[in-house]
Design a protein around this ligand. Structure first.
Ligand SMILES: Cc1cc2nc3c(=O)[nH]c(=O)nc-3n(C[C@H](O)[C@H](O)[C@H](O)COP(=O)(O)OP(=O)(O)OC[C@H]3O[C@@H](n4cnc5c(N)ncnc54)[C@H](O)[C@@H]3O)c2cc1C
Length: 487
């Protein structure tokens, strides 16, 4: 008998979503990730859970409705990671006419259905706090509801849920060869050790590596795909006070987002273009940084310039062969007497759960398995209604009285109702071990290493938290030493 029912190559959002779905349906699952979970494209997304106005503009009504339904699901199952926000589009005399924006947003409200987030409205920003950060000419804006998300924590908590349902999650494990017969036989370099595993089915969710994995590791025909595409964003010091996302119409017709990011910063994105090279080495070109700075400076009172940029985020993935980049691609190959192969790449964060459900369902002729379930079950720590987020923060401050409001907001946003697993019975900050920068404690690092597969400082500072943005360099070294010595 094969060791597993399903092995997954790649621990981005696509891979972990398949692992969660399949493990919860009773399959024996192993996921192999050569680096860190979400270490590639899945932590370089626009950080949005949304229906996407640009898809609406291209008349993708069905796709927008589906994405808005998934927005509801994410709010219900991950209320700590997904935050509803008002999105503000200033009307611009040289761009889409105001009546068109208003009509589009009314349609967006309709597609979202009732009982969700507040509907769109028109605002006079000359007398509204959202106008304070903007240049003078903007008088009218349109407001609507969507959500922001911590993308890399979404990946890790999806993997954690999979693991709690029996999936084996191996980071630092690179699949170097796979031989296909009636089962798959995989050679894996797992933290320096070579091992062989067998599995009844295989999923290639290696993102920007999908073609090279198909050709050189699986030795199967490459998936039908378009170009390899790079997505990038920039982080700058906070540009505006109100807790909303701005949506700017750029002169090339694209929509540019500026979102609050980690309390003291603003995330501006996105810019995309075709990519050539090794997906492991992705740098944001200076021209892309300038593009986003110029797009934002058309609207913000204070110009945004490249020297303001404190971090860039870039990732690459394969685009599907025919347009529709947001949907991603799913291929299923189950030739006679050959073990099944699923290939899934690209697609947006909003619909990842739904895509994984479709992918795993393709295996139903091969295994007895239970029905789809992931839409109705919370991710770890997400077992409270999204409307109660502030009550969770208040409860955390009551229980751990040494937490400031901002610290409690961050911790509840990261761990939700599982915060007690991080802070335990501590009654003072000193009981949480050494401090790294103003926020991070030894107890949190230990939790991330023991429970969430963190191995190196970047796993903690860039993905499981974003505290690297504010941590002094000397504390980086102290953290590295602490992690090297921690069990
Ligand atoms: C141009 C572009 C535009 C995008 N636009 C949006 C958007 O508007 N909205 C949105 O929400 N998202 C967007 N995304 C989507 C998002 O960035 C990701 O594509 C999505 O999260 C799915 O990623 P993935 O899991 O397929 O790949 P990745 O996150 O890249 O994961 C693949 C993983 O496979 C691993 N791997 C590779 N080879 C091996 C091997 N041999 N053994 C073990 N592991 C291996 C890699 O280390 C990597 O971690 C966009 C992406 C791109 C590229």
């Amino acid at each position: 008998m094969a060791d597993y029912d399903l092995a997954i190559i790649g621990g981005g959002l696509n891979g972990v979503s398949i692992a969660r779905d399949a493990a919860g349906r009773g399959l024996r699952v192993i996921l192999l990730e050569q680096g860190d979970l979400g270490g590639a494209a899945s932590s370089a997304t626009p950080h949005l859970i949304h229906g996407d106005l640009s898809v609406l503009e291209r008349r993708g009504f069905r796709r927008v409705r589906r994405a808005l339904a998934e927005r509801k699901v994410w709010l219900a199952i991950a209320p700590h990671l997904v935050r509803p926000m008002r999105f503000v589009i200033p009307a611009h005399s040289e761009e889409r006419p105001p009546w068109l924006l208003r009509t589009g947003l009314l349609l967006y409200d309709r597609l979202a259905g009732r009982g969700g987030l507040p509907p769109s409205s028109t605002i006079d920003i000359t007398h509204h706090p959202v106008g304070n950060a903007l240049r003078r000419p903007f008088g009218t804006a349109f407001e609507y509801s969507d959500c922001v998300v911590d993308d890399s924590r979404l990946v890790v908590l999806t993997a954690l849920d999979a693991a709690e349902r029996g999936a084996v999650i191996r980071t630092g494990a690179r699949c170097v060869r796979a031989d296909r017969a009636d089962t798959w036989r995989l050679a894996v370099v797992d933290r320096g050790h070579r091992r062989v595993i067998t599995t009844r089915a295989l999923a290639n969710t290696s993102g920007g590596w999908s073609v090279s994995v198909a050709e050189t590791v699986l030795r199967q025909p490459p998936p039908r795909a378009g170009a390899v595409v790079q997505i990038s964003q920039i982080v700058v010091p906070r540009l505006f006070e109100p807790d909303n996302v701005y949506v700017f119409q750029n002169s090339d017709g694209r929509l540019i987002f500026a979102s609050p990011f980690e309390r003291d910063f603003t995330l501006i994105g996105t810019v995309t273009h075709d990519f050539r090279g090794d997906p492991a080495i992705v740098a944001m070109p200076a021209a892309d940084v300038s593009y986003l700075c110029e797009a934002a400076s058309r609207y913000f009172r204070e110009p945004v310039v490249p020297v303001d940029v404190v971090r860039t985020m870039s990732g690459v993935n394969l685009a599907p062969a025919a347009g529709r980049r947001r949907d991603g691609a799913l291929a299923f190959d189950a030739r006679r007497r050959k073990a099944p192969l699923i290939t899934m790449f690209g697609g947006d964060v909003t619909t990842a759960r739904w895509r994984a459900e479709r992918a795993v369902t393709r295996l139903t002729p091969f295994y007895p398995m239970s029905r789809p379930w992931t839409a109705a079950v919370s991710l770890p720590g997400g077992d409270f209604p999204w409307q109660s987020f502030e009550a969770e923060v208040d409860a955390a401050r009551d229980r751990w009285r040494f937490l400031s409001e901002a610290q409690a907001q961050r911790l509840v946003g990261a761990y939700g109702s599982r915060l007690s697993a991080v802070l335990g019975e501590a009654t003072s900050r000193a009981e949480l071990g050494p401090a790294f920068g103003p926020e991070l404690t030894g107890a949190e690092v230990r939790y991330l290493m023991q429970t969430e597969w963190a191995r190196f400082p970047d796993d903690v500072l860039r993905r499981r938290s974003k505290l690297g943005l504010t941590m002094p360099p000397a504390d980086h070294d102290a953290l590295a030493a602490f992690m090297a010595n921690a069990v």
